[in-house]
Unconditional design. Structure first.
Length: 75
C-alpha cells in the first residue's frame, strides 16, 4: 500500500510530535535527577535544562500548528 502525499506528511508530523513528547519525558527525568542533587536553583545545570525545555516546547508548538493547518487544508 502506497501512502498519499497528505498521509505521508501527516505521518511525518505525528512522528515528529511523538519524538518531541518523548524528549519532554527525558527532560522531566533529568529535572527529577537534578532535584535529588539539591543543587542551587540558579546553577548552570538548571539553566541549561530550562533552555532545553523551552526549545522542546517551541518545537512541539510548531508541530501542533502544522498539524492544525494540515487538518484545515484537508477539509
Amino acid at each position: 500500500m502506497k501512502l498519499t502525499p497528505h498521509q505521508t506528511k501527516f505521518l511525518q508530523l505525528t512522528t515528529e510530535l511523538d519524538i518531541k513528547t518523548r524528549d519532554y519525558k527525558t527532560l522531566c527525568d533529568r529535572l527529577d535527577e537534578l532535584k535529588l542533587q539539591n543543587l542551587d536553583a540558579n546553577c548552570k545545570e538548571y539553566q541549561e535544562l530550562y533552555t532545553l525545555f523551552l526549545k522542546n516546547y517551541d518545537e512541539i508548538v510548531e508541530i501542533n500548528k502544522k498539524l492544525k493547518l494540515f487538518k484545515v487544508d484537508k477539509k
